[in-house]
Design a protein around this ligand. Structure first.
Ligand code: NAD
Length: 295
């Protein structure tokens, strides 16, 4: 079925996601504050709108892919009254769980339907339509959104009610941030003990140390040729985005009264790294800061 889709936020992720919806035959009207992002999307077949409200007006589905919760809530204030009643709002941004629930409640109070559907897979996954979607939605809304998300991704998981998609996203990325630090510390320690990177990789990748940070995004050059370590840590998944996601996890833990000690430590290490030498680099580059200051 061809749908009319409003797409708000056509940046690194939203641009290729919108292009895949066009490719699948949907009629996509897009809006971005940045004229260059809008122009780029237009070349992929997205119809440019003059405002967010204009992109939402005729839509069956409104998808947002924005930097943070405050952008989503600000955009919803404009979008919700502009769309036809019963429009399905799908926020794919990574935002705070509390903001996601607030966005959902605002939408429902405005007579709209809403789900949170953050993604994993990065720009490569957005381009190749191989993203994983983590969805917070009621049953009926999940059934409605699943075929739309399936156009942009390979896996669509129903995580629970509103906010559950964001909860899954920040918990997953807390695992990833901590495990990248663990893998990096192990390589630095191994090297200081005279162990080659390849030897440690050959053991850990097939033993109990196995994890994605090691086998897909290995922080040292050599063992995994496609990992960012082999191209001067060009992102990949930027350290700044990891810092953002770990900050969201730490904030959620604090609100829940949980210590999550490693999660908080990882958030602090990544915040420091992303605001200094790690700015613009892949998150695996954090290994370059280890092994210093050990005197
Ligand atoms: P981006 O900065 O490239 O794109 C965001 C776009 O939103 C920009 O083009 C900006 O101009 C636009 N924008 C901001 N406010 C707007 C508004 N009010 N109306 C219209 N447009 C507006 O960011 P991105 O990398 O595409 O990330 C988007 C979201 O996806 C973030 O929440 C991020 O955490 C999440 N995410 C990113 C990745 C990744 O690898 N880049 C992976 C997973 C999740």
């Amino acid at each position: 079925m061809t749908l009319t889709i409003g797409f708000i936020g056509l940046g690194n992720m939203g641009g290729p996601m919108a292009a895949n919806l066009v490719e699948a035959g949907h009629q996509v009207t897009g809006y971005d504050l940045a004229p260059e992002a809008l122009r780029q999307a237009e070349t992929a077949g997205v119809r440019p709108a003059a405002s967010a409200a204009a992109a939402a007006r005729q839509a069956d589905v409104v998808i947002s892919m924005l930097p943070a919760g405050r952008h989503v809530l600000a955009a919803y204030a404009e979008l919700l009254p502009s769309a036809r009643p019963g429009t399905l709002f799908v926020d794919c941004s990574t935002i705070d769980v509390a903001d996601a629930r607030e966005a959902h409640d605002l939408a429902v109070r405005a007579g709209q339907r809403a789900v949170d559907a953050p993604v994993s897979g990065g720009v490569v996954g957005a381009t190749a339509a191989s993203l994983t979607f983590m969805v917070g939605a009621e049953k009926a809304e999940f059934a409605a959104v699943k075929p739309v998300l399936a156009v942009m991704g390979r896996k669509v998981v129903h995580c629970g009610a509103a906010g559950a998609g964001q909860a899954a996203k920040i918990c997953n990325n807390m695992i990833l941030g901590i495990s990248m630090i663990a893998v990096s510390e192990a390589f630095v320690l191994g090297e200081s003990l005279g162990l080659s990177h390849q030897a440690l990789f050959d053991v850990a990748s097939t033993a109990s140390g196995q994890c994605w940070a090691l086998t897909s995004n290995c922080p040292v050059p050599g063992p995994v040729p496609a990992s960012p370590a082999n191209r001067d840590y060009a992102a990949g998944f930027a350290a700044a985005l990891m810092a953002k996601d770990l900050g969201l996890a730490a904030g959620a833990a604090e609100a829940a009264g949980l210590p999550t000690e490693l999660g908080r430590k990882a958030a602090q290490l990544y915040a420091d790294f992303a605001s200094s030498e790690g700015s613009g680099l892949d998150f695996s580059a954090i290994i370059t800061t280890f092994g210093k200051d050990t005197a």
